[in-house]
Design a protein around this ligand. Structure first.
Ligand code: ZN
Length: 277
């Protein structure tokens, strides 16, 4: 979109709501298309844990050319692959993974949950069983998912201490320049004995996290960090030590243990990071 139109729409508070409505109509059309074109794969080895539909294969998603080097070159576990979207409800592998974690490891029914930048299917599910508060830096983008979403900055949360039993920050922290401040804030608003689900993309090849705060150009960010609004690529050991510094007791669920959910077409080789208080 033309930069000045975008700026004017942003000033009017219309840019993200329009983008959100556009995304919704696209996904409506996409769903129709996949439902038809994937009919031939119906009834196979993968089952969506949101809608229950099963298919021999799900819809793939691969990195675009501009981010290929960052993702493949650094061996980043970022959710790309052969079976990403459910052809029936468009749930994404990263949402299905969190649903399994909630269902099998966390007693979340009736609890108070903070869900950052809510994913549609995951939000609908937790909202049906618990009290969910949602926030995003640019909430307009999520209004069609949760009309009550509030504007919120993860590095300066507008909640009192120890407010939430469970916090879902699924692929959030890699967007935030001062991630350690955000981690401390998430820790602060989490109740004692609470748990935060803290997924991010991790490189399995880099020796340490790469980041450079002087880079604030979407094209360069895409090329270096694999997405135009990412500010780093973590390694798992560095990521978990940052969380520990923020106060969390970290527990990773290993991919071998998560393999029991492979029929839900989750990302292979992805551990789940849980932060306890
Ligand atoms: Zn589905």
């Amino acid at each position: 979109m033309n930069g000045s139109i975008k700026q004017s729409l942003k000033k009017l508070g219309l840019y993200h709501p329009l983008q959100s409505a556009f995304r919704d109509s696209l996904s409506f059309l996409q769903r129709l298309r996949y439902k038809t074109s994937y009919r031939k794969y119906k009834g196979g080895g993968f089952e969506c844990n949101f809608c229950g539909a099963s298919y021999r294969r799900f819809v793939p998603e691969y990195p675009t050319a501009d981010i290929e080097q960052a993702i493949y070159g650094n061996k980043v576990i970022a959710g790309f692959g052969e079976n990403v979207f459910c052809p029936n409800c468009l749930s994404k592998n990263r949402e299905r993974l969190i649903k399994d974690v909630l269902d099998y490891y966390i007693d979340f029914a009736g609890k108070s949950i903070l869900h950052f930048s809510p994913e549609k299917k995951l939000y609908q599910y937790v909202h049906s069983k618990a009290t969910v508060t949602t926030i995003d830096l640019e909430p307009g983008f999520y209004k069609t998912i949760d009309p009550t979403i509030a504007q919120g900055d993860a590095t300066q949360l507008h909640f009192p201490d120890e407010q939430f039993d469970i916090i879902i920050a699924n692929h959030i922290l890699e967007h935030i320049p001062d991630d350690e401040k955000a981690m401390k804030e998430i820790f602060r608003v989490l109740k004692r004995n609470g748990v935060a689900i803290l997924q991010a993309p991790w490189s399995t090849k880099l020796p340490t996290t790469i980041e450079d705060r002087s880079i604030a150009d979407p094209l360069q960010q895409a090329k270096l960090f694999g997405q135009k609004d990412h500010v780093r690529i973590y390694t798992l050991p560095d990521y978990t030590s940052r969380l520990r510094r923020a106060g969390f007791t970290v527990n990773c669920i290993a991919p071998a243990e998560l393999a029991q959910f492979q029929q839900h077409a989750i990302q292979e080789g992805e551990p789940v990071v849980l932060g306890y208080k």
